[in-house]
Each structure stands twice: as structure tokens, then as C-alpha cells.
Design a protein around this ligand. Structure first.
Ligand SMILES: Cc1cc2nc3c(=O)[nH]c(=O)nc-3n(C[C@H](O)[C@H](O)[C@H](O)COP(=O)(O)O)c2cc1C
Length: 310
């Protein structure tokens, strides 16, 4: 008879959304749809967060778009995407067929863009469990400042995305001095959860060319170098808003990184750059998280959440 190892209850709850485990993909690092199903069972992840989608197709930024740097990488993909209508027709069916719980990330350059893309989701499939609102892009209604640097602009976007009729997870930037204030505004406007963090604005220089190494100019820092920054963001927001579910993102390369986010106050994590290095990474992180729980006598992952809070 095959003996089963100790069981760990990995269930986690993000507002009204119950996930079988807390490990998800991070937007923009796992393809547009079911691409990763060649490497892992998408239905076995907590959820699949897809690349941010806009109301219309968008070409993104000029190459080069990626640059390895110490402890991570910079990217400036510039939110290239097929637009929500094409995505619903061409990519969602494969995710549904794979049994994935889908989180649709949305973005826009104006508040109205978010309202339009959200409205398209209102009639979409039951496989979509939440919308993740990426507010880390420039607000053209208000000059070129990032939405996520302004509590008022963030609140406007969160309200506009209510048109989706789905739980709203709001993804914030670590590149702001008033993160707790922005997070509080997002929750006041209807956010069911906060995703912390997007990439950190950064720059790499090509000394041979005497100019920036990325086509779009600056880029966003991700990977191990971002992890401690993201942990701090999760801990600060979780202390200020203890009742609000948080999803930790930034430099989760292994199960330990996931455990750290949970202890800092996150209810779930997303795996990004690690997946670009190894497409099995989200499944491996989940297996390692389970293994850590077994080794440490933890029977319910949820009991770790906020464990490091003072
Ligand atoms: C190539 C690339 C593309 C990304 N595209 C998006 C995106 O479309 N929307 C978004 O909200 N975040 C995007 N991100 C940010 C990631 O979702 C994540 O927040 C960030 O990379 C930090 O996590 P990591 O260190 O695990 O990669 C992107 C990151 C990378 C590396």
C-alpha cells in the first residue's frame, strides 16, 4: 500500500475568493493564457494571473525590453497585449479548459480605459475569479504621473473597475513614499485585496553606448533584489490595514520566499521572474511551501499569515 505523507491544508481566502493554495503566477511573466500548461498543471496553482490587458490592442515598448542586473532584471515590455476582446476570444478558452482559476489583470492610460476594459469582463466566464487592477502605469488624465503614486487617482481607477462586477485586487507600486495612504484609498474605493508589489522603477546604463540599456528608457526591477522591498511593503500595509487580504509579489524564487511573505502578512503570493528562469517555478514554489510546512509541523498554511507581525 502506498503511504501518504502528512497533509497540509493549503487553502487561503482572499475576501470572497477561496483558493486551494496561495501560489499564483505574477502578471506578465506567464504568457497571455495557458502557455505554462506545457510545464505544469494550471489547475493545481492557486490561480493564474494573466498579463495586463487594455481596452484595445497595444504594441508595447521598443526593444531591448529586458536587461539582467545584479540580483534580478529590469524590464520595460510596455504592456504589449492583444486587447481584451481578442484575449477573451483567443486565450481565455484554453485557461478554462485547463481548469485554471483566472485573475485578469487590467491597465489603462486614462481612468475611462479601466472602465471600458472592466465592462468587457462583466459578461465573461465563471473561470475569472477576480480582476487585478494594475495602477502602476502613467495617468494621462493627470500629466504622466503613475496612478499608484496618487491616492485620489488610484481611488478613481478602482471605482471605474467596479464595472467588472468582480472582486477587485489592486496592484500597487513600491516606487512611492505614501504606499499606506494609496493602499487605504484603494480599499476605501472598493478594493477587496491589495497586490504588493509591482516592479520598482530602475535604470541600467550601457557604458559602451553611453545610454540606457533598455529601449523604453528606464525599466522595472524584479527578482531577488526586489524581495526585501516587497516584504517591507507587505508588512507596512498589513500593519496599517490588518483586515485587508494582501498578495505578496517580488522575488519569490523558492518556497522560503513564499513563507516569508505569509509571515509578513500576505494571504497569498505570486511568482514572476522565477518563472522566466524556470517555467516550473510556480509548481516548485508550492511543493517547497508544502515541504516547509511539513518539516515545521504546520498543518494549515493560513496559520502562517501575519505570524511575523509584532
Ligand atoms: C517581463 C515582465 C513583464 C511584466 N508585466 C506585468 C504586467 O503586464 N502587469 C503587471 O501588473 N505586472 C507586470 N510585471 C510585474 C510582475 O507581475 C511582478 O509584480 C514583478 O516582476 C515582481 O515579482 P518578481 O520579482 O517575482 O518578478 C512584469 C514583470 C516582468 C519581469
Amino acid at each position: 500500500m502506498r503511504r501518504r505523507g502528512p497533509q497540509v491544508d493549503c487553502t487561503t481566502t482572499i475576501g470572497t475568493v477561496v483558493l486551494p493554495n496561495p501560489v499564483m503566477t505574477a502578471s506578465g511573466t506567464a504568457g497571455h493564457g495557458a502557455e505554462l500548461s506545457a510545464y505544469l498543471e494550471l489547475s493545481e496553482l492557486g490561480a493564474v494571473v494573466v498579463k495586463s490587458l487594455s481596452a484595445e490592442p497595444w504594441p508595447g515598448n521598443p526593444p531591448p525590453r529586458l536587461k539582467p542586473v545584479a540580483g534580478g532584471m529590469l524590464n520595460s515590455v510596455g504592456l504589449q497585449g492583444p486587447g481584451i476582446a481578442a484575449w477573451l476570444a483567443d486565450h481565455l478558452p484554453a485557461l478554462e479548459a485547463a481548469g485554471a482559476r483566472v485573475v485578469v489583470s487590467i491597465w489603462g492610460r486614462r481612468v475611462d480605459d479601466y472602465a471600458r476594459v472592466a465592462a468587457r469582463l462583466a459578461a465573461a466566464s465563471g473561470a475569472i475569479v477576480a480582476v487585478e487592477i494594475n495602477v502602476s502605469c502613467p495617468n494621462l488624465d493627470d500629466g504622466r504621473e503613475m496612478f499608484a503614486r496618487s491616492p485620489a487617482a488610484t481611488a478613481e481607477v478602482v471605482e471605474a473597475a467596479g464595472a467588472a462586477g468582480l472582486p477587485r485586487w489592486v496592484k500597487l507600486s513600491p516606487g512611492t513614499a505614501n504606499l499606506v495612504e494609496v493602499a487605504t484609498a484603494a480599499v476605501g474605493a472598493g478594493a477587496a485585496a491589495l497586490t504588493l508589489v509591482n516592479t520598482l522603477p530602475a535604470l541600467a546604463i550601457r557604458t559602451d553606448l553611453r545610454r540606457g540599456a533598455i529601449g523604453g528608457g528606464g525599466g522595472g526591477l524584479s527578482g531577488p533584489a526586489l524581495h526585501a522591498v516587497a516584504l517591507r511593503a507587505v508588512a507596512d500595509v498589513s500593519e496599517a490595514l490588518p483586515a485587508v487580504p494582501i498578495i505578496g509579489v517580488g522575488g519569490v524564487m523558492s518556497g522560503i520566499g513564499a513563507v516569508e511573505f505569509l509571515l509578513a502578512g500576505a494571504a497569498a503570493v505570486e511568482v514572476g521572474t522565477a518563472t522566466l528562469l524556470d517555467p516550473h517555478a510556480p509548481a516548485r514554489v508550492l511543493a517547497e511551501l508544502r515541504g516547509w510546512c511539513v518539516a515545521n509541523g504546520v498543518t494549515r498554511v493560513a496559520e502562517l499569515i501575519g505570524g511575523a507581525r509584532g
